[in-house]
Design a protein around this ligand. Structure first.
Ligand code: NAP
Ligand code: 8YV
Length: 330
């Protein structure tokens, strides 16, 4: 898309997807600092910056950062999850926050199904067996104790991605139940008003809830106990939602059978205890990580900025700042 240059200063703190970076640079007066740290801003930046484009998931953007930029109007974040941005505070200061929903939904749901299959049918281990020459030397890979057949899936977070996962699970022949804070009107899947009740009713728990204070470590020892000894836990949402120590213990002592994880509490660090467990399948936060989908996310970051500074509206505001209006369209 050819876009006229807009005389607006946009700050990029830390890393950003290359395509987003190139488009911000081509469209705006881009300035950069290495980290999300107000101390790194020059007086000119503090005076001029009206927009921020950031990997909101990587480094927290809180009150000190927002307050350091008195003319800030919008923070355009890369990623649908924006738990690292204090969006409530931004909203209270009249600062718009945008994220990148929908464009990654199908990719993330695809990855969730891949992770589930890898966990239940041990496909990464079977491939490692072949590559090590063991098929030829030792014979067939052992039959997997687990199967998807007859499994009952529970989705924790029946939102955009949860729905896309459910659609795929239906095609795989699994029964589906879910837990959100509110039941989804008109949805035929069984709703459970608490996570523990959901875990008790299913044997395959797939978590795709946002991070943040409300979900911090809510997947805990009680949930694993409720899930039971044939239980499989898949996390494609946020690592912060899981008590990792309790998960490690549950995998070790057979409280649950296996786990497939794309996200971790303290990324990119993954506890050695998890790495050592044969019944855990681990991915380095790659659910949306195709060139196609990351390009679409990058475009949405920049299109939100362009839309805001061209006509005072954004494409994808987060709920906490949906009320924020543009001061004046320049
Ligand atoms: P979404 O449409 O907003 O769905 C989130 C769902 O979670 C909603 O159904 C919501 O329902 C439920 N929920 C939120 N807070 C809850 C709570 N405290 N207790 C119970 N349920 C709660 O978001 P989405 O687009 O599906 O994305 C979901 C999350 O996936 C993102 O926030 C992000 O953290 C994660 N994600 C991870 C990757 C990855 O690379 N692994 C990629 C994309 C997204 P209620 O409001 O009714 O509770
Ligand atoms: C990205 C994600 O990996 O969208 C999200 O919430 O977790 C992923 O799609 C992440 O945003 C990249 O920083």
């Amino acid at each position: 898309m050819n876009q006229r240059h807009l005389p607006v200063t946009v700050l990029v703190p830390g890393r950003l997807h290359e395509r987003a970076l190139a488009r911000v640079d081509a469209t705006f007066d881009m300035v950069r600092i290495d980290q999300v740290q107000p101390e790194l801003m020059t007086p000119e930046m503090k005076r001029d910056v009206r927009g921020v484009a950031a990997m909101g998931f990587l480094q927290p953007i809180g009150p000190a950062f927002i307050d350091a930029l008195p003319n800030l109007e919008i923070i355009a974040s890369f990623g649908v999850g924006y738990d690292a941005i204090d969006a409530g505070y931004a909203g209270s200061k009249g600062v718009m926050v945008t994220n990148t929903p929908d464009v990654l939904t199908e990719e993330v749901a695809d990855t969730a199904l891949g992770l589930l299959l890898n966990t239940v049918r041990e496909l990464p281990r079977a491939e490692a067996y072949l590559r090590a020459g063991r098929w030829e030397n030792e014979g067939n890979y052992p039959l997997t104790p687990m199967t998807l057949r007859g499994r009952r899936a529970g989705i924790f977070g029946m939102g955009r991605i949860g729905m896309a996962i459910a659609k795929r699970l239906e095609a795989f022949g699994l029964s589906i139940a879910y837990h959100n804070r509110r039941s989804v009107e008109g949805l035929a899947y069984t709703y459970y008003p608490s996570l523990e009740e959901l875990a008790g009713a299913v044997d395959t728990l797939i978590s795709v809830v946002p991070g943040g204070a409300a979900t911090e470590k809510v997947v805990n020892a009680n949930i694993f106990k409720a899930l039971g000894p044939d239980g499989v836990f898949i996390n494609i949402g946020r690592g912060s939602t899981v008590d990792e120590e309790a998960l490690i213990a549950a995998l070790r002592d057979g409280t649950i059978r296996a786990a497939g994880l794309d996200v971790f509490a303290n990324e990119p660090h993954v506890p050695q205890a998890l790495i050592d467990l044969p019944n855990a399948v681990l991915l380095p936060h790659v659910a949306s990580a195709s060139v196609h989908t990351r390009n679409a996310m990058a475009d949405l970051v920049v299109d939100n900025l362009i839309s805001w500074f061209s006509n005072g509206e954004v494409l994808t505001p987060v709920a906490e700042t949906a009320h924020v209006t543009a001061k004046a369209v320049k």
